[in-house]
Design a protein. Structure first.
Length: 94
């Protein structure tokens, strides 16, 4: 049986996106998002690093700024951070 790697986030952009252009002229955008869950004394915030590629990155570049409410669908990609050897999740959108 095949597994499914899918995530849906709805939250606010914490700071302005970082957009860069690759050697083949394709855009990549990185967004820091915060989502909240729970209520009252059980309320908590979770921070997410989200990466957009291609046309999605162009949309982010043109329309997304700090404070934007954002709906994101994508997959979780775990990467090891150099020098710390920590494994952190990174959400990649397709």
């Amino acid at each position: 049986m095949k597994g499914i790697n899918k995530v849906i986030l709805v939250g606010n952009v914490w700071k302005d996106p970082v957009v860069r252009t690759t050697k083949n002229d394709s855009k990549v955008a990185q967004v820091s998002m915060v989502t909240e869950s729970g209520y009252g004394e059980y309320k908590k915030a979770d921070w997410h690093n989200v990466v957009f590629f291609g046309k999605s990155a162009e949309v982010v570049d043109n329309y997304v700024t700090k404070g934007t409410n954002l709906y994101v669908e994508g997959s979780i990609d775990y990467r090891t951070v150099p020098y710390t050897h920590m494994t952190l999740p990174k959400i990649n959108t397709v």
